[in-house]
Design a protein around this ligand. Sequence first.
Ligand SMILES: [Zn+2]
Length: 199
Amino acid sequence: MGLIHEMPALPKAVVPGAVVNGSHPCLVLNADYQPLSYYPLSLWSWQDAVKAVFLDRVSIIGEYEQEVRSANFAMPVPSVVALKEFVPQNRAPAFTRFNLFLRDGFACVYCGCGKELTFDHVIPRRLGGKTSWDNIVAACSNCNLKKGGRMLRKAGMAMMRQPTQPSIYELQSQGRRFPPGYLHESWLDFLYWDVELET
Ligand SMILES: [Zn+2]
């Protein structure tokens, strides 16, 4: 990689129409090959990814077909890179729609199905139930309707597991069951997911 360090500037020229600003996002993995974050999904612009390759901070794991080119240089645009140095993840996970669904494995906590997932306040709001990790669960719209804003016992329903605040590690191990290919579809819904749940 010695040569790369000596390059004076990053290539600006790209294949016209193929690689433009905002296209070709690159998924960033930690040194353990897990995404640096699931929510928001750790993505870099292709420019940042190429820069990190030049600085020798990342290994290239996957590539797009398109290339970036300058006069004396060409390389495929990285689609997945892994950091060479591990970044510890000590923070608490953000309380978001995505992380909540991830905690519950994209399945209804009452019946286990994954159809038309919504959120349910286990203790209903009108009875003082909070919007928090331990009172919000993923629920299918059928169960949500059936529960109808009542306490579980009144509705004759039960949860498959008690909701608690997950650690980053728990979310990451859940994330392994839903690898980036699965998550990719949710990029389309990025604005929807990009909302912290109100507490
Ligand atoms: Zn259900």
